[in-house]
Design a protein around this ligand. Structure first.
Ligand code: PSV
Ligand code: MN
Length: 430
């Protein structure tokens, strides 16, 4: 039987905090009312916010040096769904799960859909994996997949993506996300233009297999596994590819996939402007693609990204409906705790961005009042919206304090009994 967080336990834990929450919510409501903001409008938007959980994020991550397995790790997609359901039970903003194939491949996708339905979970974007070889694979991806010089390897990679669409249709997904590690490790190893041409040709076949109500998201990443050049290394290559393919192809922004100090919020704005923003993989980083917990290091950057997103919503920007998803590696924490924290952190950025006085900001921009424009953003960012997040969760049956309730449930200990350790302590970045 699937393990869940007992609803009574959530209620019991919430009772302990209810009166404090009410007080804080009222105080914040009064404060916001002074600037003409109705807290209930904001709470309704917070409650409607959703961010998908990556199936692979429910397991313990690692580096290329080592992995230290946690207890009670999910061993397959069914157990990953169980953990995802717990995250949503407590957080109430993560009703979708984004799978990765073939990591999450099953024999019977109809059965998998039945299980997710029974857990009240939906499926987000399907992620294809052509960055490693599977046991017995006939044509290797060692020298790339969609851009490989070998037609047989390219064909295999294309077919895998078409299979992902087929499986995704059964699950009710509407998006395919393609990230490839194709690139080179030595100057001269790869002809830049020819590699990009091969990639585009392969992607055109995948695009042709896309149902008319689906989107194809192209995820760029500056480096790794290729350390000299990567075919889709930046948002420039990604948007070029998306433009070449057609309107259903868009760019996906993973926060960790840019050169240090790049102005990601401005990239987001450009993609919005040209109807090419497909979605996000949220995480945080200090050095590279660190896959740290969202908002743990650069909460202001995350807020500034949401400032662009809320601005697009405010302006009713055409073609704007990005997917939000987490993509992190939890090496030293319980992944459930990290994912709950991170979902709330992204939701926090969204809610704070809703507080920006857009009319005032526009006036300051018109009159080149840099200080006041910047202060307008800072004022929203510095507002502690915790009571709004907690209220939105509690009203939907979630936890006022998700981590405390999760710990009180002893869920991890309970699942550890039926999920013996995989013992997989070798290296592995996910
Ligand atoms: C690549 O680093 C990435 O960000 C892509 O989204 C992959 O699908 C995911 O991580 C897992 O390897
Ligand atoms: Mn990613």
């Amino acid at each position: 039987m699937t393990q869940r967080i007992n609803k009574e336990l959530i209620a019991q834990e919430n009772v302990k905090l209810e009166s404090f929450l009410k007080e804080d919510y009222e105080a914040l409501g009064n404060k916001l009312a002074r600037t003409g903001i109705n807290i209930e409008d904001i709470t309704a938007k917070a409650a409607a916010f959703q961010i998908a959980v990556p199936s692979w994020g429910t397991g313990t991550g690692g580096t290329r040096f080592a992995r230290f397995p946690g207890i009670g790790e999910p061993r397959n997609i069914f157990e990953k769904l169980e953990d995802s359901a717990v995250i949503n039970d407590l957080s109430q903003c993560t009703e979708r799960v984004s799978p990765h194939f073939p990591w999450d491949k099953v024999d019977d996708f109809t059965e998998l859909k039945g299980v997710s339905d029974s857990l009240n979970l939906k499926w987000d974007s399907i992620n294809s994996n052509t960055f490693q070889d599977q046991p017995g694979q006939e044509h290797s991806f060692k020298y790339g997949s969609l851009a490989n010089t070998s037609a047989a390897s390219r064909e295999l990679a294309i077919q895998h993506n078409l299979d992902c669409i087929k499986w995704g249709k059964i699950l009710g997904s509407k998006t395919l996300t393609v990230w490839v590690g194709d690139g080179s490790n030595h100057p001269g190893q790869q002809h830049f233009q020819h590699a990009f041409e091969r990639y585009l040709e392969s992607m055109k076949t995948i695009y042709a297999g896309l149902p008319s109500d689906w989107e194809l998201h192209i995820e760029h990443k500056m480096f790794e596994p290729a350390f000299y050049s990567t075919v889709i290394q930046d948002w420039g290559s990604s948007i070029l590819a998306a433009m070449e393919l057609g309107p259903q192809a868009k760019s996906l922004v993973d926060l960790g996939h840019h050169a240090p100090n790049v102005n990601i919020e401005m990239i987001v704005s450009r993609l919005i402007q040209f109807k090419k923003l497909g979605g996000f993989h949220f995480n945080d980083s200090k050095y590279g693609d660190d896959d740290l917990d969202s908002g743990s290091l650069h909460p202001y950057q995350q807020f500034l990204i949401f400032n662009e997103l809320v601005d697009a919503q405010y302006r009713n920007q055409e073609g704007f409906s990005p997917n939000y998803m987490l993509d992190q590696s939890h090496n030293v924490t319980d992944p459930i705790e990290s994912l709950m924290n991170s979902a709330a952190s992204v939701q926090r950025s969204y809610v704070a961005a809703l507080l920006v006085d857009r009319q005032a900001l526009s006036e300051y921009q018109t009159h080149n009042d840099a200080i006041m424009a910047s202060n307008t953003l800072k004022q929203a960012f510095n507002t502690d919206v915790s009571p709004i997040l907690a209220m939105a969760r509690a009203r939907k049956g979630g936890a006022i304090d998700p981590i405390a309730t999760y710990r009180a449930s002893c869920y991890r200990k309970a699942v550890a009994q039926k999920r013996p350790s995989s013992g997989r302590s070798g290296s592995g970045i996910v």
